[in-house]
Structure formats: structure tokens, C-alpha cells
Design a binder for this molecule. Sequence first.
Ligand code: PEP
Ligand code: MN
Length: 360
Amino acid sequence: MENNKEMKNWLNAFNLSHPLVIAGPCSAETEDQVLKIAHDLKNSDVSVYRAGIWKPRTRPGMFEGVGAIGLKWLEKVKKETGLLTATEVANANHVKLAIDHNIDVLWIGARSTVSPFIVQEIADALNSTDKIVLVKNPVNPDLSLWLGGIERLNSANIKNLGVIHRGFSTYEQTKYRNNPEWQLPIELQNKFPDLPLICDPSHISGRRDILQDISQTALDLNFDGLMIETHINPDKAWSDAAQQIKPEVLIKMMNNLKMRKITNEEVDFKNSLNTLRTQIDVIDQGLLDTLGKRMKVAIEIGNLKKKKNVAVLQTKRWNEILGKMILEGEEKGLSEEFILRMFKAIHQESINHQKKVINS
Ligand code: PEP
Ligand code: MN
């Protein structure tokens, strides 16, 4: 079986026996803070030190980054710890300054990937660079915007590309700050199997307690690395305080993660099986979420019917729905018998919920 990872050139140069780990604070705050965190991460599985210098905040008036002075601190980090350095760039001037200060990895943030104008400006500024450039997914769950960003950088002859999955904003209340929508990075990975794929559980979760779970799911889905926000005093961080963890907590977490790396055929088989099973788990979770939402709507309909004294069962409408579902199911390779059984069960559950409402 072909091992796609063989072709992931820039990642191979790291020569790691585990996924790539990028860690460091959300924002560079002071020289002391930047260096202390870096020294705590030295001699761990962390290879790349991250820190935001220019911070894109949703609302103005909050801390918006220390600016170019922070690049000097990152140069010091590299000199003192040997860690490579990474920062976010959002315009041509950022690119120039970051390259002038020997930053190794530049990433394009979620608020930039949404704008083809910005991505093009960055791509032009980076033209033919041999720096590693990572494209975060856009804020909204739009795969083609993400792909478009990658294509623009590709066209600018940037060879060492990768992507970061940081979740997607949604109007729904979920336990995540940014909904992972795992099917999107999975689809992207299927389209570009050679492109290193890194997960950013910090911005997906927005909180500490589920970082480990999200990281493990990413590794089970065959992600190539993790980017995790790390701070010496997380609660006092100037940005994203709720999601940052101490370096020692990160190190412990990395030790607890099951890192699955391909070493032989047997392991290869188990990895593939595991990746597919995790995909199934993600899809099943989506099915449950969708069914739960459907029942909530059914309950609202029940309330309406109660007000107007309308019967729960509307046979004509139900037969129309079934006919449509059978046709659409066929197109997706689902048998008529299965569609009938499944929708009958769903319908029955809706009726039960509505009955409860009407009899209450
Ligand atoms: C960040 O990594 O600090 C950041 C701002 O992330 P995002 O672009 O994913 O919001
Ligand atoms: Mn952040």
C-alpha cells in the first residue's frame, strides 16, 4: 500500500517518530513571557514555537499584539532553545518583517483565509519562498475557500505548504468554541493526501478540559501534527486565556496521547482501520445531532398543533415525504426497504414527542 506520508517532504525533514507539535502562547506579551514558555518547552516533543505578534481580534479595542518587537523575541527563542519559530501573517508587510526576522513557519489565520484578496496579497509577498506556510481553515465551514487559499499559494510557487484545522464558527450553541466539522478536513485530506494536516484543538475547544479528547480524535484521523496554545500563566493570558495550558500540562498530555505512526504492515492496517472507524464515529455523532435537532422541531410543531387543535398524524404529508426520501435515497445507494424502515422509526419517534406535547 502506498504510504502517502513518504511524500510529505518538509515534514520528513523533521525526522520525527511522533506527530509534529507546535506550541507556545496565543500572543507574545512580554520578552520574559515568550522566553520562559520557550525554555519550558525545550527538550520536549515540541519542535516549533508559536506566538501571535499581530492579533486579529473580533472587536477592536482589545489587546492587538505587541507588533514587530515580538519578532526579535522569537529570534531569541530560536537562539536560546533551538526551537523553530512560527507566527501568523495577515498582509505583505507582516510577511516581509517575519522573513527579515528569520521566522521559520508562517501561518495564515482563519480570518484571512476567508478573504481571497488577503490570501492573494500574502501569496504574492511569499512568492517562491522555501519557508513552511500553513493555511488555517476559513472561519466559516466552506471547503472551497480553504482549497482556494491552498491553490493561490501553490500558484505562487510555495512548495512547503500545510494546513491547520481550527474548527468553524456556527450560530448554534455547542460545547466547542469552533465546531470541528471533522468531515471537512477529512475531505481535504482525501483531495490532497500529501499536504501535512495539523489540528489546532485550542481554537476548536476554547477551553482546556476537552483539548486532549480533540487531539486524540485528530491523531486517530491520521492528522500529522498538533498546534496547542501554551502559557506559563494561562489564566492571566492577554488573549484566549480560557484555552491555554501550562507547558508541563502540555507535556503530560502529549505523553498520554496515543500516537499512531506507521511502522509496518500490521500497524499500517490497524492505522487505516482506526482512521476509518474514527470517521464513522464522527458521522454517527452527526446523525445523532441531526436527529436530536429534528425532534426539537417536531416538538415545536406539536405545540403549534396543540394551539390550533390539529391532529398529530398527517398521512398525506407523510406519504409525500416518504416518496421523496425513497427517490433521493436511491441516488445515494440506499435501498427502498432501508429508507422505509428508517423513516418509519424516525416518524414514530416524532409522533411520540408530539403526543407528549399535546397531552401535556
Ligand atoms: C491563533 O492561532 O492565535 C489565531 C488567531 O487563530 P485563528 O486564526 O484560528 O483564529
Ligand atoms: Mn489564540
